[in-house]
Design a protein around this ligand. Structure first.
Ligand code: PMT
Length: 221
């Protein structure tokens, strides 16, 4: 592991879930723990980078020397991401952002009615990593792809559609890896390469990913 590979570089990482409120006490969310994103923040810091971590609600300590911005919803995460863009060389989107949010947030707790079926209306959230990748002074932009089938081909689709430089595909249907576990197994996909990394602890994996990201980033400089 090259401790100087990102010296002087500014790295922004999103981590954890977003929460999309329905009313003052309820929200829609997912099982992301933030472990993968926090491990990447620590690894990037150890590689010499200046790291900003934009985190959804998680129960994790901030890695030493990492600047942390806490957010709740996808719209908050987009604002935070855009506020960092002027000073960002590499953007890594590890957060599990809700694709949709309730169209409106009730001012008071929604009461239980007599009806058996309740309908929720949702509206699409902006795509944070795609917005970053399309910004005029875009950083080197890395996404994750959480897939349950045809992992590589769906990841490749996201790489192209979102105009990313690299995407890290994980099969979140497999027990013991992905959401909320301590280990992960991934395939790093660029426009012309595919590199599998076997199942290992998220901290160890984060070191390998940061090494590959630093290497690929340098080829674009
Ligand atoms: O947090 P852990 O418990 O450690 O789990 C790690 C993880 C499984 C959450 C992580 O490894 C992972 O796969 N993160 C991406 C999860 C996800 O939402 O994937 P996606 O395929 O739905 O999204 C593709 C990419 O677009 C991701 O980089 C995502 O951050 C980004 N995105 C998605 C929607 C949106 N509105 N804005 C985004 O930026």
């Amino acid at each position: 592991f090259d401790t100087g590979s990102l010296a002087g570089r500014r790295v922004v990482i999103t981590a954890g879930p977003t929460r999309e409120p329905l009313d003052p006490v309820r929200y829609i969310s997912n099982h992301s723990s933030g472990k993968m994103g926090f491990a990447l923040a620590e690894a990037a810091m150890n590689a010499g980078a200046e790291v900003t971590l934009i985190s959804g609600p998680v129960n994790l300590a901030t890695p030493a020397h990492v600047k942390r911005i806490d957010i709740t919803s996808a719209l908050d995460m987009l604002d935070a991401a855009q506020s960092t863009l002027e000073h960002c060389d590499i953007f890594i989107a590890c957060a599990a952002v809700a694709d949709y949010r309730p169209t409106s947030v009730a001012e008071h707790k929604i009461k239980k009615g007599n009806e058996e079926i309740m309908e929720l209306h949702l509206v699409k959230n902006p795509d944070i990593v795609a917005t970053v990748a399309s910004a005029p002074q875009r950083p080197f932009t890395v996404g994750f792809a959480a897939e349950t089938q045809d992992v590589i081909s769906y990841a490749r689709g996201k790489l192209q559609r979102k105009k990313l430089d690299m995407i890290i595909a994980n099969d979140v249907s497999q027990a013991g890896i992905g959401f909320n576990s301590d280990e992960n197994a991934v395939t790093v996909v660029t426009h012309d390469t595919e590199t599998a990394i076997a199942q290992t602890g998220k901290r160890q994996l984060a070191n390998q990913l940061i090494e590959q990201i630093a290497h690929q980033y340098k080829t674009t400089q």
